[in-house]
Design a protein around this ligand. Structure first.
Ligand SMILES: [Fe+2]
Ligand SMILES: [Fe+2]
Length: 285
């Protein structure tokens, strides 16, 4: 079993101190095997914002895997955007992509951003080739393959569809073909957890999509408070399960509260959601 914390869109520069403290408390108490942050670490890619983010990440239990979002490239400083777009990011956080192999998972971080695009993200076949070069030699069937990319393949709300990755159908096909089990994302500040069975019905092999909301920023959307996800994997050869628990910030209690988990199981053509066991739910008195 591996326990992963998936944070996204921390947007340091717009963070809420009480939410940052509550997040540190719940994450530290659970002692995860890995923390993944799927981009938009800062609001404007300023050095002071990256320094604040770094201090926060250093206060959490390691290890940490981080990728950039569109906000992690300078927007107004055109010289920096053109000549050294990732300078502040790299100075604070290191590589813009990376991998982590441990427990029963293999995690691959993809950098979908570019200073040539404003907010949109793209993954080319070259991204897959370069990132998968770092894969361990054993078969992907023996572990759970997780990808992390800032922009999503699918969104909860129709009005966010233009924020999906460019060439979204072809990119979903690439993830399926390379045997990915779970694709993590952020960007739209609205969580979305489901398999690809409805969003990409034509795929030969289905995988899980898990988009996280903004973990710490006041830039929330109506009806979508600050949130993050716990991901628990259990894999034994062909048999594999993933539980994803969305944790949302409760302003009154000033702490993160856990929703009931989404549960998924690997079957012959990929992944399917296991419906909640309603026999466990108490009947109203
Ligand atoms: Fe964002
Ligand atoms: Fe973004």
């Amino acid at each position: 079993m591996t326990l992963i914390v998936h944070l996204s869109d921390t947007h340091f520069g717009t963070e809420i101190p009480a939410v940052v403290d509550a997040l540190r408390n719940i994450v530290s108490a659970r002692k995860p095997d890995l923390i993944i942050v799927s981009g938009d670490i800062t609001q404007r890619a300023r050095r002071a914002e990256f320094d604040a983010a770094k201090r926060f990440f250093q206060s959490l239990p390691p290890p940490l895997l981080v990728i950039p979002g569109n906000h992690d490239i300078p927007l107004f400083d055109l010289l920096a955007r053109g000549l050294f777009p990732y300078r502040n990011y790299c100075a604070a956080l290191g590589r813009q992509s990376g991998t982590w192999f441990g427990g029963d998972v293999a995690v691959f971080g993809f950098n979908s951003t570019s200073p040539l695009r404003h907010t949109r993200g793209k993954l080319s076949p070259a991204h897959f080739k370069a990132t998968l070069k770092e894969a361990p030699p054993e078969s992907p069937r023996n572990c759970i393959r997780i990808a992390c990319v800032h922009q999503p393949l699918h969104t909860a709300w129709m009005q966010d569809a233009h924020n999906r990755l460019i060439d979204v159908e072809a990119t979903a096909e690439q993830f399926s073909r390379h045997d990915f089990d779970l694709v993590l994302s952020g960007h739209v500040h609205v969580p979305y957890i489901a398999t690809t069975r409805e969003s990409f019905p034509a795929l030969n092999r289905h995988f899980i999509l898990s988009g996280a909301g903004t973990a710490t920023s006041y830039r929330t959307r109506p009806g979508a408070p600050n949130s993050f996800n716990f991901i628990e994997t259990g894999s034994n050869g062909e048999d594999a399960e993933v539980d994803i628990t969305l944790c949302r910030f409760d302003e009154e209690k000033s702490e993160f509260l856990e929703n009931p988990p989404y549960r998924f199981r690997r079957v012959q053509d990929g992944w399917k959601e296991i419906p909640p066991d309603i026999s466990q739910v108490a009947a109203p008195g």
